[in-house]
Design a protein around this ligand. Structure first.
Ligand code: HEC
Length: 440
C-alpha cells in the first residue's frame, strides 16, 4: 500500500506522549478506557499510558485494539475505530524510544464525554426488573431477561438505547421487542424469575419462565434485533421519517441474551433502556432481510467434524429495490472469516462487509455512512469459514468435537451459525445522498 510506505517515512524523529500519543489514545482508546467504561483500565494520562506501554504496543500492532473486526479496505462504516499503519508505527517508536512524556504542560484538557445517554434526554426510561448479582468466580455468564413497560398509548419509537449499569462487565446484548395486542396481557411486569441462565434454558422454556406469553398462552408479536449493544458502539439515529419502530403501549424488551464478562469479585448490574418517541409514524419503516441458518439454505449443510476447517455459502436474491442502512454478520466461537457482497444484475460487485479474523465478542451491526441502494435482482452472497481444530484459540472443546448448525430457538454458543442480517428501507431516488451519521 503506497499510503502505508508514505506514513512510515513521515514518522517524526522523536515521538512524545504530549505531541503524538495523547491525541491518538484520546480519540481511539479513551471512549472505552476511562473510569466507568468497558475497558479494564484508563488510558488518559501519561502515567496511564506509560504503565501499559508494552501491552499497548502489542495489542495495537496485532490490531486486537481498538476492536473493529471489519476490514476497512473492503467497505466503510460509521464510527470506525481503526489505527492506520502510521499510527501503529508511531506507538511502536514511542515505546522503543523509552515512552518520552514531551511537554505535557502543552497538552489540551482530555476529552469530556457526555453523560449516560449518547443522544441527550430520553422521553422514557425502561429498567430491567431487578438487579443481577454477578459472583466473583471469573466466569462468563449469558442470561435471558426482560424489561417490561407500559406507555401512555401505542406510538412509534425513533431510537432505543441500551445503557449498561456495569459497563466493565456487560459485554454484549441482543434485544428483541415484544408488542402485546390490546387485551392480550394483563400484567406485563410479573414473572416468577427475572433472570434465566441461557446455558441452561433457552427459547420457549426461557420465555415461559419470564412469563412473556399472552394470558391465553399464545405468543405475542416480536421484533427481533430491535436494539443491540456492544461497548463503544453509538446507537443509530436515522434521519426523521426513516426507520422508527411501532410499539404497543404494553410491551417488553426481551434480552436474548445479555453477556456478562468474568469478574474477580462479587458485583452486580442493573441496566436500562432509553426511548425516544417519533413525532409521527415513519413514512419509511425499517425492514430486515435474514440470511443463513434458519432463513436461507446454507451449503453445504453446516457441520464440522473434529479438526475440520471448512467454508459455507448462502445467498439471497432481492425482489425489490432497497436502500441498506446496516449489515450484521453473525457466527459463533469457531468462525474465522466472513464476507458478504452483492452482485447487481449489471454484473457490478458491491462490497458489503469483510471480516478477516472473526472474534465472536465483537459482533457489531455495521452502519453505512449513507444509504446504500441495491436494485431488484441483485444477489447477496455470504461466505463464512470455520475452524474446528485444536489450534483455534476460541475452540471451546478439548479435544474438538463434532459441531452442527443450530436451530436458533434452542441456540447454544457452542453450536455454530452462519447468519447475515440486512436492515433496509424501500428505495427512493436520491437515497445514496442520505447520510446516516448522527451529526449530519
Ligand atoms: C470499544 C471499546 C474499546 C476501545 C475503543 C479500545 N478498547 Fe482496549 N479493551 C476493551 C475491553 C472491553 C478490553 C478487555 C477485554 C479484552 O481484552 O478483550 C480491552 C483490553 C485492552 C488491553 C488489555 C489486553 C490484554 O490482553 O491484557 C489493552 C492493552 C488495550 N485494551 C488497549 C487499547 C488501546 C491502546 C486502544 C486504542 C488504540 C483500545 N484499547 C481501544 C475495550 C476497548
Amino acid at each position: 500500500m503506497p499510503d502505508e510506505a508514505r506514513t512510515r517515512i513521515d514518522l517524526p524523529d522523536t515521538v512524545t506522549f504530549a505531541q503524538h500519543i495523547a491525541p491518538l489514545l484520546w480519540e481511539n482508546c479513551t471512549p472505552c478506557h476511562r473510569p466507568g467504561q468497558a475497558g479494564p483500565f484508563s488510558l488518559i494520562t501519561y502515567q496511564d499510558a506509560r504503565r501499559k506501554a508494552k501491552t499497548i504496543r502489542l495489542v495495537t500492532s496485532k490490531r486486537y485494539m481498538p476492536p473493529w473486526p471489519a476490514d476497512t479496505s473492503f467497505s466503510r462504516f460509521l464510527g470506525e475505530r481503526v489505527l492506520n499503519e502510521g499510527q501503529i508505527a508511531l506507538i511502536t517508536k514511542w515505546v522503543e524510544q523509552g515512552t518520552l512524556p514531551g511537554d505535557t504542560s502543552k497538552l489540551p484538557a482530555p476529552p469530556v464525554f457526555r453523560g449516560t445517554s449518547l443522544l441527550g434526554e430520553p422521553d422514557v426510561v425502561v429498567w430491567l426488573r431487578d438487579t443481577f448479582r454477578i459472583p466473583g468466580d471469573g466466569r462468563d455468564r449469558f442470561v435471558i431477561t426482560k424489561a417490561p413497560f407500559e406507555l401512555a398509548r401505542d406510538t412509534f419509537l425513533r431510537a432505543i438505547e441500551f445503557v449498561p449499569g456495569n459497563r466493565r462487565l456487560v459485554h454484549h446484548m441482543n434485544g428483541a421487542m415484544i408488542n402485546y395486542a390490546d387485551g392480550a396481557k394483563r400484567d406485563v411486569f410479573w414473572s416468577a424469575t427475572n433472570y434465566v441462565n441461557a446455558e441452561e434454558a433457552s427459547g420457549p422454556t426461557a420465555f415461559k419462565a419470564l412469563a412473556l406469553e399472552n394470558d391465553d398462552s399464545s405468543w405475542p408479536a416480536l421484533v427481533p434485533s430491535a436494539v443491540n449493544y456492544l461497548p463503544g458502539m453509538a446507537p443509530v439515529l436515522p434521519p426523521e421519517g426513516i426507520g422508527g419502530l411501532f410499539v404497543k403501549k404494553k410491551g417488553a424488551f426481551l434480552l436474548n441474551s445479555l453477556h456478562y464478562g468474568p469478574s474477580a469479585r462479587d458485583t452486580s448490574d442493573r441496566s436500562h433502556f432509553n426511548l425516544w418517541f417519533a413525532p409521527q409514524a415513519p413514512s419509511r419503516p425499517l425492514q430486515e432481510i435474514s440470511m443463513g441458518s434458519n432463513h436461507t439454505l446454507v451449503e453445504p449443510p453446516l457441520h464440522l467434524g473434529p479438526g475440520e476447517v471448512k467454508s459455507f455459502h448462502t445467498s439471497y436474491v432481492l425482489t425489490t429495490d432497497i436502500s441498506v442502512l446496516t449489515v450484521n454478520p453473525h457466527m459463533h466461537l469457531l468462525g474465522k472469516k466472513f464476507v458478504a457482497f452483492a452482485v447487481a444484475p449489471s454484473g457490478d460487485t458491491i462490497p458489503l462487509v469483510r471480516i478477516n479474523d472473526w472474534d465472536f465478542r465483537w459482533q457489531y451491526a455495521y452502519t453505512f455512512p449513507r444509504l446504500l441502494p441495491l436494485t431488484k435482482g441483485t444477489v447477496v452472497h455470504v461466505l463464512g469459514s470455520f475452524d474446528n481444530t485444536a489450534a483455534n484459540p476460541n475452540q471451546p472443546f478439548d479435544p474438538p468435537r463434532d459441531v452442527t448448525g443450530t436451530d436458533s430457538r434452542f441456540m447454544r454458543t457452542t453450536d455454530e451459525m452462519l447468519q447475515f442480517f440486512i436492515t433496509y428501507i424501500d428505495h427512493s431516488p436520491g437515497d445514496e445522498r442520505i447520510s446516516l451519521s448522527a451529526d449530519r
